[in-house]
Design a protein around this ligand. Sequence first.
Ligand SMILES: Cc1cc2nc3c(=O)[nH]c(=O)nc-3n(C[C@H](O)[C@H](O)[C@H](O)COP(=O)(O)OP(=O)(O)OC[C@H]3O[C@@H](n4cnc5c(N)ncnc54)[C@H](O)[C@@H]3O)c2cc1C
Length: 383
Amino acid sequence: MTDHERKHLVEISGAGPAGLASALAVVRAGGRARVYERRSDVATRFHGDFQGLENWTTQGNVLEELAAIGIEPGFEHTPIHEVTCFGPGGDIERKVRSQQPLFYLVRRGSEAGTLDYSLKHQALAEGVEIRFGETLRKLPRGGVVTEGPHRADAIAAGYLFETDMADGAYAIVSDRLAAKGYAYLLINKGTGTLATCLFSDFHNERLYLERCVDFFKRKLGVRMNNPRRFGGTGNFSLPQTACKRNILYAGEAAGFQDPLFGFGIRFAVLSGAAAGRAQVAGDYQQYESFWKHRLRDYHKTSASNRWFYERLGDRGYSRVLKHYSQGWDIRERMQRSYAPRLWKRAWYHLVAARFHTPLLDPQADCDCTTCRCTNRTRQPSSA
Ligand SMILES: Cc1cc2nc3c(=O)[nH]c(=O)nc-3n(C[C@H](O)[C@H](O)[C@H](O)COP(=O)(O)OP(=O)(O)OC[C@H]3O[C@@H](n4cnc5c(N)ncnc54)[C@H](O)[C@@H]3O)c2cc1C
């Protein structure tokens, strides 16, 4: 048996940010990683559209946090310090600013320069095996499940296009344009992404998107050349456990995502890497401790924030926007809103049913990646 074969093999289902970060962590911890990706390449649900790698939940910089776990920022990442926000009527314009980057604009998709392309190539360079076009349903020897969302708590729909508009980041909070969510327009170096992010009324997605296009055309004169549609779902439900027997769940497959605004990349990479390390160490408790310590309280706070946000309505959005744009550094304000607080965690428990996940059933005694079977541990008979 060669050295390579002797190394502990960890199988991973899904080559998103969580899966690729997991595979990188496995090889760096001395194991072998094999990733199964049902599509023909990474991130085929995206087409080079812009997303934000959030930099507001912690004081530390997200890129440094990723570098500390061995993820190089070999992808395009433009720091964003200012966002122009519009209130519900669209007439009140407020700028929110931060000294440190509020987020980094990254591109998602399979092409060079995207986050996903960079992670894929970092993984391949480290000897990770990626099997494209293979769907995994079971992990009989254990492994890591990073299959992304399996249900929709939020959906986003938008257009990617070319434009001659100047660079800028814009957002609008309005239930008419994005039910219980927000809409955004991001322009960078001649490419634009315009989208609505809905947390309710998903069936009218098309209508909301049309209204957003109208709004940004009217307000900013946005010109969209060669528009291409994109869209997808997001899942944010805190699990009781992210471990089923010897299978660890990470990224959105575990429900790890910011419930307030649907930012999931950072949690996906962090949880994926931690799951990979724990698999090589054979210490599943290490992973449970990691996510409970690093992610759980942020998640609960963000979920509580979402509960309140959903009750604001258009008047409330206006008031919050005014408050957040008044001479404050928005990043500091956001940090305070996301900082785990006892009362918000307590509130979360009152409203937790709104964020319940049926995906990961810790009682199920099976090796399915998502519990499609009905095998459950039999309760010992009391007789
Ligand atoms: C339109 C849109 C905009 C977004 N904007 C932002 C943003 O601005 N900032 C942010 O932080 N987040 C954003 N998100 C969320 C972010 O994209 C996700 O949180 C993140 O990609 C989750 O990473 P993941 O690795 O957990 O899952 P995914 O990226 O979903 O990757 C899962 C992978 O697993 C594969 N797969 C699924 N099932 C199987 C199987 N059985 N076998 C093998 N492979 C399988 C899938 O094909 C996929 O490639 C957005 C999401 C959408 C849809």
